[in-house]
Design a binder for this molecule. Structure first.
Ligand SMILES: C[S@@+](CC[C@H](N)C(=O)[O-])C[C@H]1O[C@@H](n2cnc3c(N)ncnc32)[C@H](O)[C@@H]1O
Length: 450
């Protein structure tokens, strides 16, 4: 049963319809949606989920039933991300508040694990730099995995507390704070969460949200956009936070254009801030709240260029045959690994490295063993792969054996390193020796279920 205290607290909140709200929670109805990776077409197209589009996100699709994603190799290859539809509204917020021109923009996703918003941001800001941060170490691992599968070279994953960004004053053009919250918006999807809800936790989350926003605000530059979201219905975590923000900082709320048929509820706070509420009895998605601000103070950034040494000519020649002939990449070494990042972000990488703990930057191409390149898993899943690298096309059964890190038989006459590819999507590396195949799928990522 839904918490009585929550129902009571929502009585005067715009858009709240007690009867319909209770009914949709009691219905047990589940909505499943995925967001396609625009850079990873399946069999050359996006037809795999030819179903109802999510109206506010170009790559969002509703599914009529929930398949077993664990046993779909395309899911492991990063062809799509399973994401709740309301959250995909971030795409529309970006279109409205940032616009289509994203070249050179620096974007921070502060509370990023497991990576739903970050993979969306990586697709939106292809010509920008995305710093995807998660404070909790164990959760940063799944973030690295999901960013790796998505394949973009312009993402840096960090594992830091919001306070650690204080040395990056006026640095980011866009900051997304998808804040930790009391989670009432997910009650329909996960009824067990109902037992963990309390008014005391709402108050605690509200304070934490203020602290996070206060810590990160200086890192946004003048005219930069701050996007704040929660999956809570509570005013204390939503509209009250917007009012607190505009009381504390020199920001203006951004009004978004929305279509009536989307049934999203716009709330205008006493301080002229605009919030967007998603109720599951009105929209085809879960409970969600989002708002955008423009920062009016601060200044543009003028960080001194720092640089990191590139790799040698010989090393460059060795890795060249593995990657697309792309002049715009910068290569550097970390321990034995050679890593690629877009040339334009080389100085920023050095700067970020100075103040943050980087878990992943760009794409690890591989390591060198004498004159041999040992290709990295990140390379296989990236968008940088050279077409000339040998590929073995596998069936669904073979793909699943590969993803379980088990043995399987192939008929191709390939020798040496080869990409395992299912329906046009690379899954990882294998090495074909004369009497066996070595499976290089990462141990920690393998499918454990049978
Ligand atoms: C709502 S979840 C983020 C979901 C993610 N943005 C996505 O779309 O997949 C909130 C995240 O904030 C992190 N978090 C918890 N406490 C935090 C804090 N004090 N500062 C920053 N992040 C925090 C949590 O570990 C969690 O990963």
């Amino acid at each position: 049963m839904l918490p009585q205290a929550l129902i009571k607290s929502l009585q005067n909140v715009k858009g709240f319809d007690e009867e319909a709200f209770k009914k949709v929670h009691a219905s047990g109805m589940q909505v499943t949606s995925v967001r396609l990776n625009p850079d990873k077409k399946v069999n050359g197209e996006w037809s795999m989920f030819n179903e109802e589009p999510v109206p506010w996100c170009r790559y969002g699709k509703y599914l009529t039933e929930r398949p077993s994603f664990t046993f779909d190799p395309l899911f492991h290859g990063g062809a799509y991300y399973v994401q709740e539809a309301s959250s995909m509204f971030l795409w529309h917020v970006l279109q409205q508040a940032v616009g289509a021109e994203t070249t050179g923009l620096k974007v921070l996703d502060l509370c990023a694990a497991p990576g739903g918003k970050s993979t969306l941001l990586a697709s939106y800001f292809k010509d920008g730099l995305l710093v995807s941060n998660e404070v909790i170490k164990s959760r940063a691992n799944i973030l690295v995995e999901n960013i790796t599968k998505w394949g973009n070279d312009n993402v840096i994953v960090t594992n830091n507390d919001p306070k650690d960004f204080s040395s990056l004053e006026n640095y980011f053009d866009v900051i997304v704070v998808d804040a930790p919250c009391s989670g009432s918006g997910l009650f329909r999807k996960d009824p067990d969460a109902i037992n963990e809800w309390s008014e005391a936790n709402v108050a605690l989350c509200s304070h934490r949200q203020q602290r996070i926003l206060a810590d990160i605000y200086p890192a946004l530059k003048k005219d930069g956009i701050l996007i704040y979201s929660t999956c809570s219905y509570s005013k204390e975590e939503d509209e009250d936070i917007l009012n607190w923000m505009s009381g504390e900082f020199n920001v203006s709320g951004v009004k978004l254009k929305i279509e009536d048929e989307w049934s999203i509820v716009e709330t205008i706070t006493s301080k002229k801030n605009y919030g967007y509420r998603f109720y599951p009895d009105k929209v085809k998605g879960e409970g969600f709240f989002i708002a955008a601000f423009k920062k009016n103070d601060g200044y543009g950034n003028d960080f001194k260029p720092l640089s990191i040494p590139s790799i040698s000519k010989n090393e460059n020649a060795l890795i060249k045959e593995w990657i697309k002939n792309d002049q715009s990449l910068f290569f550097f070494k970390q321990a034995d690994n050679i890593i690629a990042i877009p040339q334009q972000w080389k100085n920023d990488l050095a700067l970020l490295q100075k103040s943050l703990y980087l878990r992943k930057a760009g794409i690890t191409i591989g390591s060198l063993k004498g004159k041999d390149v040992i290709p990295d898993h990140e390379l296989a899943l990236s968008l940088l792969m050279n077409d000339r690298v040998p590929v073995v096309y596998v069936s669904k059964e073979q793909a699943l054996q590969y993803l379980k890190r088990k043995e399987f038989i192939i008929e191709d006459s390939v020798k040496g390193w080869a990409l395992v590819n299912y329906c046009g999507i690379n899954l990882g590396w294998m090495k074909v020796l004369h009497n066996r195949i070595n499976n290089y799928y990462p141990v920690n990522w393998r499918i454990l279920k049978d």
